[in-house]
Design a protein around this ligand. Structure first.
Ligand code: WQD
Length: 341
């Protein structure tokens, strides 16, 4: 059985990817420092797949920890690297935390891969590297714009680190996946998004509002030059996203494609914030109290993917219907909402 290391594997996208890797017959080892996730995610993964993944609580920025992991788990052939801090606003307040956590972890992995015969790394990147696109849909040839946050900058720098390392002749391969907006939860409601504190992202805030945890959702601006005035995004179901990682890993380990490949992972359809609220209400029958507020600093007006390259080269396509995705998100929120005492 091919062994894969998933860093940040108890996180939102990580846990959904672990389930898909197990379904595809891979043996999974997770390292996570639980700074932004919960150890009980392992129970959810086991409930879905019937397999409890090997778990090491540890920090990928600590080289001795990582070296010990590779030594005690020989035969790891591939890595999917999710371990990173990802809150855009927090990165503006604490840039050093983001540069250290997101870059040192990647440097450690790249350093150790050749030493332990690890052949490839799938890197979790983001459409944030494109900044505000000149036009949409956006494909992989679009220009990389100056980052608008330290978080976004760590993604750009990480991509450059991987590119330079491979071009310098390192005996490794990489596939960089640029996510658009991951949303939803596993249909079993055993795993999903577990934001700590007040959610920054739209869907967790929306579902917490629908559950009565938040009083009302604020739509950050309806005066953008879009059909209904609210921002447009490419909301991709987290299960579709997870499946793309398995396909990418298989492609890399079967030595198909170039040493370094980059793919946009999106649905190819732009939906506005107000349209997403409509989808949630239609799908669940639950009203979401919201008000229109001021624009949020740093928000991109509109961005959605041209997923043609991933569709044709990876043979991957986002399948989920947004209403189904909203139903899954709601089922998960109902699962994790504390019952009235
Ligand atoms: C989406 C839209 C908001 C909350 C960021 C990162 C990206 C990735 C996903 C990590 C925007 C609006 C939001 C709310 C709102 N991060 N919104 N009310 O900003 O597109 O992307 O998160 O992987 O790299 O850049 O996602 O969910 O925060 O916002 O109106 O309470 O929803 O203005 O238009 P974003 P988001």
């Amino acid at each position: 059985m091919t062994k894969i290391l998933v860093t940040g594997g108890t996180g939102y996208i990580g846990s959904h990817t672990v389930v898909e890797l197990q379904k595809a017959g891979y043996e999974v080892v997770i390292i996570d420092n639980l700074s932004n996730s919960n150890i009980h995610v392992l129970d959810g993964i086991e409930k879905i797949s019937g397999i409890r993944p090997e778990f090491i609580e540890g920090d990928v920025t600590d080289l001795p920890t990582l070296r010990k992991l590779f030594s005690s788990h020989p035969g790891i052939k591939g890595i999917i690297n999710f371990a990173a801090s990802k809150a855009v606003n927090e990165s503006v307040e604490k840039p050093l935390k983001y540069y250290r956590n997101n870059l040192v972890s990647l440097l450690n992995l790249l350093d150790l891969m050749p030493e332990f015969g690890v052949e490839g790394i799938v890197f979790s990147s983001s459409c944030t590297v494109y900044g505000e696109p000149d036009n949409n849909p956006i494909d992989e040839s679009a220009p990389i714009k100056p980052a608008t946050s330290p978080y976004g900058n760590t993604k750009q720098i990480s991509e450059e680190i991987i590119t330079d390392t491979i071009y310098a002749g390192a005996p490794i391969k990489s596939i960089i996946l640029r996510y658009f907006n991951p949303v939803g939860a596993h249909p079993s409601a055993e795993i999903g998004e577990l934001p700590l504190g007040v959610p920054q992202n739209l869907i967790p805030y929306l579902t917490q509002t629908a559950a009565g945890i938040r009083k009302e959702l604020t739509v950050f601006g309806d005066d953008y030059s879009t059909p209904d005035g609210s921002c447009i995004r490419d909301f991709i179901d987290v299960n579709d996203l997870a499946r793309a990682h398995v396909i990418a890993m298989k492609r890399m380990l079967e030595n198909k494609g170039e040493k370094l490949e980059i793919f946009n992972l999106g649905t190819g359809t732009g939906l506005s914030v107000l349209q997403l609220i409509e989808s949630f209400e239609r799908a669940t029958g639950v009203k979401v109290p919201y008000k229109i507020g001021k624009r949020r600093e740093g928000d991109i007006e509109k961005i959605w993917a041209d997923p043609k390259k991933a569709n044709e080269v990876l043979g991957w396509k986002a399948e989920a219907d947004i209403d189904d995705t909203m139903r899954n998100a709601w089922r998960w929120q109902q699962r994790v909402t504390p019952k009235n005492p």
